[in-house]
Design a protein around this ligand. Structure first.
Ligand SMILES: [Zn+2]
Length: 258
């Protein structure tokens, strides 16, 4: 499903791509804007959603920049209707590195809020659910959406950023696989609670997001379990063979025989 994507352009060597379903979101948003206020409504709605996803891209670039600092390659950032994903070639196992990479995304949202607050003013009777046309209103809405992104991503629901921080903290005290299993379990409980609440209140897109958290958490848990099994297999071979072995500094990689 994640294969149906289109490459846009490269930012500092990272390919920015959009999933095909993103265009359905654009069409839906434009139609909603048009039904509310004809062409100006459609144009402002599209402008809003595109600037919102520019913020999502900056959030992901925050992760990618921190990841590169720790030597992790990030070949692609994929935008989906429910958010973005910085695709890293490896997930760093050093808790400190993982915490910094995870926090770098939400940190970007708070920087955007701080910059917008320099110019954006809120009237006393401002209603966030009523979207006026104008750049000041666009700025207000972007402050709200960056705040939502900054707070929501810090929930300890693995594989959200807060969940990664939680896993890294657990990994300081226990084996990595066990830490991942606990973080994924907590993430699933939170996701089920969140999805139930949102679907009950008829916010179906939010419900899909939580379903994605369960799917993505499980997928990453399986990947960690596979990597652990492979490492265990290599350790067994290493114990049986009486040949010199160079052990890599990265515990994820199998040792190389010489
Ligand atoms: Zn993030």
């Amino acid at each position: 499903m994640l294969g149906w994507s289109m490459n846009l352009f490269r930012i500092r060597g990272i390919q920015l791509a959009v999933h095909a379903s993103f265009f359905f979101l654009l069409a839906y948003v434009a139609w909603e804007g048009w039904t509310a206020a004809s062409w100006p409504g459609a144009v402002w709605s599209l402008g809003y959603i595109l600037t919102l996803f520019a913020c999502v891209t900056l959030h992901e670039l925050g992760h990618a920049t921190a990841a590169r600092f720790f030597g992790v390659r990030v070949p692609r950032i994929l935008l989906l209707p429910i958010g973005g994903m910085a695709e890293m070639e490896t997930i760093p196992r050093r808790p400190r590195d993982e915490i910094i990479i995870a926090l770098a995304g939400p940190a970007v949202n708070y920087v955007i809020i701080a910059l917008l607050l320099i110019v954006v003013r809120f009237p006393d009777d401002w209603d966030p659910l009523y979207f006026e046309f104008g750049f000041m209103e666009l700025g207000r809405q972007l402050i709200v959406v960056n705040l939502v992104m900054g707070v929501f991503n810090l929930l300890p629901a693995f594989p959200m950023d807060g969940g990664r921080v939680f896993r890294a903290l657990l990994a300081c005290k226990m084996p990595y696989l066990r830490a991942t299993r606990i973080a994924v379990g907590v993430g699933k409980v939170l996701a089920i609670l969140g999805a139930t609440y949102l679907i009950y209140n008829e916010h179906y897109l939010g419900g899909v997001l939580f379903a994605f958290i369960i799917f993505a958490g499980e997928r990453e848990l399986q990947a960690v379990a596979r990597a652990e099994r492979a490492a265990e297999h290599w350790r067994e071979i290493q114990a049986r063979l009486y040949v010199p072995i160079i052990t890599k500094t990265d515990p994820n990689e199998p040792p190389r025989l010489i």
